[in-house]
Ligand binder design. Structure first.
Ligand SMILES: CC(C)(COP(=O)(O)OP(=O)(O)OC[C@H]1O[C@@H](n2cnc3c(N)ncnc32)[C@H](O)[C@@H]1OP(=O)(O)O)[C@@H](O)C(=O)NCCC(=O)NCCS
Length: 258
């Protein structure tokens, strides 16, 4: 048995217990401020529960976690945390969109937090969404609904370029906020890559462009096995602003990571 600590952004940390990562928040409270820190905004799905010492392996982790207390000057470690849920991959499927997905589609496509980094704008009405599904989504060469128990909770699309660029395709994806942080997009991208290289034998490269600030998306691509190729400075507009983008690629010969 071994322990390790990886500190991430804000108050998120990972405790590795016997090699298995248990994610939970070490919520730190300043003596001065007294109040509890809140969960980072990119983890809205974290289920905050009080730590329970009857909670198996976490109970073993807690004494160690508490032992780092002296290192955290003027802060106290405490009190509340949550176990990060990991999605069972067998519950996730990809399938073409249907018009009847519109209500589920609206849940995430009408959310600015989801569309913020995407090229398309937040949907304001069901009617607009229905037209979009009919005219853009369904005719798309390869756009799939990420489904949980066959309900649409996001999308992944792979669009081959034309002419001399047919050997490469652009990948895009998004997920309903409620499900962020459970590994679902990573699962979905692996499924998508496994399919597209079989369905489009002429395809040798799938590439993604990610805004520098979009750390979650970069992490997803790295977990899947994409190679970070570089920074494209002032590459293109998104929502009226010229952005630096990071380019990633995955070749048909690259292995998907475990
Ligand atoms: C990007 C997005 C698809 C990720 O979906 P997801 O299902 O939450 O992704 P996963 O759970 O598979 O992986 C997310 C990883 O990012 C990490 N992460 C999240 N926020 C992070 C941050 N601010 N800094 C560093 N890592 C972060 C998570 O810890 C997780 O890594 P881990 O498994 O090692 O802990 C989702 O956030 C989303 O829909 N965003 C809006 C749309 C979007 O940005 N699309 C991509 C455009 S390029």
């Amino acid at each position: 048995m071994w322990f390790g600590l990886k500190t991430g952004s804000s108050f998120l940390s990972t405790i590795y217990l016997s090699g298995y990562p248990y994610k939970f928040f070490l919520l730190l409270s300043s003596f001065n401020k007294g109040g509890l820190a809140s969960a980072p905004p990119h983890y809205p799905n974290y289920d905050h529960q009080s730590f329970s010492f009857s909670c198996g392996d976490l109970a073993h982790a807690m004494p160690w976690a508490l032992s780092i207390y002296p290192l955290l000057r003027k802060t106290i470690l405490v009190v509340s945390g949550s176990v990060k849920q990991r999605m069972d991959p067998t519950k996730i499927s990809l399938r073409p969109f249907k018009l009847s997905d519109v209500d589920d589609f609206m849940v995430w496509a009408s959310d600015d937090r989801v569309t913020h980094s995407l090229r398309w704008n937040t949907f304001a009405s069901k009617e607009h969404a229905l037209n979009y599904i009919k005219q853009v989504v369904i005719p798309h060469p390869w756009r799939r609904s990420i489904c949980l128990n066959d309900r649409s909770i996001g999308y992944v699309s792979v669009k081959p370029e034309s002419g001399d660029g047919t050997c490469r395709a652009h990948i895009g994806y998004a997920l309903a906020v409620e499900y962020w942080g459970q590994g679902i997009t990573t699962i979905a991208l692996k499924m998508a890559l496994s399919s597209v290289f079989k369905e489009m034998p002429y395809l040798v490269r799938v590439q993604a462009f990610v805004e520098v600030e979009n750390k979650a998306s970069q992490r997803v691509l790295e977990k899947v096995g994409f190679l970070r190729e570089g920074l494209l400075r002032k590459y293109g507009f998104n929502k009226g602003e010229i952005k630096d983008l990071i380019i990633y690629s995955f070749l048909s010969t690259d292995p998907l990571l475990n």
